[in-house]
Write a protein that binds this ligand. Structure first.
Ligand code: OVM
Length: 393
């Protein structure tokens, strides 16, 4: 018997404090039927991980949101990475793996570190600032579009665009509708940024378009792959950086430990991604009857993977709710895993590392200086405002 629950994982109360509901869903069984949406959900670490690894039983090509592309017309032109299966997926993924390879990202390190130092110096001079717009958004909005090869104008337009797409993976609720209305004015601009002639000759964008020359992808496909970068490359790292600042502010011992050894910056960012899981959920659709923990789920079923719940599953993690920058957190699913595991993770980790490294080298402490305000999104966990104070070391 698959247990049923009327928990709504896409409502304000859930977003405000998802953790009690995560525990209920994990404890109910390996798979739970969510009656509100007529979907199934998986919240335990082992089962989420097994689903991520089994792309053949759990397709992405029917959409990784609530909507089933076999039954509903896709809301946007599907992504050539996220919303595909092998073999199409492997052709585009191979290209993106090359464009975002560790070697390519290594070449960005100095510029990214300099930008982080400059930003933290500016924030130190102010003392009190809002860590969301002034740090978590400001940093990716400079370094990432630079790396893609975008012009300097209108980069903030990427935020409402990403907010819309990440909302679109959930139900057509008021968060989605509001996000669509907010993004409408920037849609034409984003589209235009994906064209070859909009992008500088160096950068990820040009590297993707160069693959159109040898026929690896078509020009139209290259534009859709650049769209993936612009969609998935900003809001995710914004919420990752926000998560890290929020963790370090709430766990002052971790901040001091990091200050004593800034080489832990990479681990500190990783642990924030585990604990806060900026990308909370994705769906898969079963391609056959599957067994989850001994329960049979029929073909054509939408299954919600609660990455955030898996990353705090006490079956897998000791003191799961502690921010412990020294823990062995390899294997967390904050970046997913398997063939769809985050293609930009190397870049995201570089951003997290250099920002936290600059912060703890230059600041003696970090504290919350006002009421944090959550930003509600059907997929992303993050904040609209996080007032903080830092003082120079
Ligand atoms: C894409 C895409 C969009 C949103 C998220 C994502 C986390 C990918 O268009 O490929 O991965």
């Amino acid at each position: 018997m698959i247990p049923a629950s009327d928990i709504d994982p896409f409502c304000t109360e859930f977003f405000d404090d998802p953790y009690p509901a995560h525990a209920v869903l994990r404890d109910a069984g390996p798979v739970v039927y969510l009656s509100r949406y007529d979907i199934h959900a998986v919240a335990r670490y082992d089962d989420v991980r097994a689903m991520l690894m089994d792309w053949d039983s759990y397709t992405s090509a029917r959409g990784v949101g609530l909507s089933d592309f076999a039954r509903e017309k896709p809301w946007r032109l599907p992504s050539l990475l996220l919303e595909t299966d092998p073999p199409l997926h492997d052709r585009t993924r191979k290209l993106m793996d090359k464009v975002l390879s560790p070697a390519a990202i290594r070449g960005l390190r100095d510029a990214f570190a300099t930008a982080a130092d400059t930003l933290i110096d500016t924030l130190l001079a102010r003392g009190t600032f809002d860590a969301v717009p002034d740090l978590a958004e400001a940093y990716p909005l400079t370094v990432f579009p630079d790396a893609v090869g975008m012009p300097p104008e209108n980069r903030r337009f990427l935020l409402p665009y990403g907010n819309m797409v990440f909302n679109s993976f959930g139900p057509r609720n008021s968060y989605f509708e509001t996000a669509v209305a907010d993004a409408e004015p920037v849609l034409a601009w984003v589209r235009a940024q994906t064209r070859r002639d909009a992008l500088s000759a160096s950068g990820f964008g040009a590297a993707i378009h160069a693959a159109a020359d040898d026929g690896t992808v078509s020009e139209a496909e290259a534009e859709v792959l650049v769209r993936s970068l612009l969609t998935a490359g900003v809001d995710t790292t914004v919420n990752g950086l926000c998560a890290a600042v929020y963790c370090l502010a709430r766990f002052p011992a971790a901040f001091q430990r990091l200050r004593a050894d800034p080489s832990l910056a990479r681990a500190a960012f990783e642990e924030a991604v585990r604990l806060e899981s900026p990308v909370q959920t994705f769906f898969r659709t079963t391609t056959r009857a599957v067994s989850i923990g001994g329960e049979t789920v029929p073909e054509g079923t939408k299954v919600l993977m609660l990455l955030g719940a898996a990353n705090r599953d006490p079956r897998r993690w000791d003191r799961p709710d502690d921010y412990d920058i020294a823990r062995r957190n390899a294997g967390h699913v904050g970046f997913g895993t398997g063939i769809h595991g985050c293609v930009g993770a190397v870049l995201a980790r570089l951003e997290g590392e250099v920002v936290l490294n600059a912060l703890v080298r230059k600041a003696a402490g970090l504290e919350i200086a006002g009421e944090p305000k959550r930003r509600y999104n059907n997929t992303l966990r993050g904040m609209a405002s996080l007032p903080v104070r830092i003082v120079a070391a």
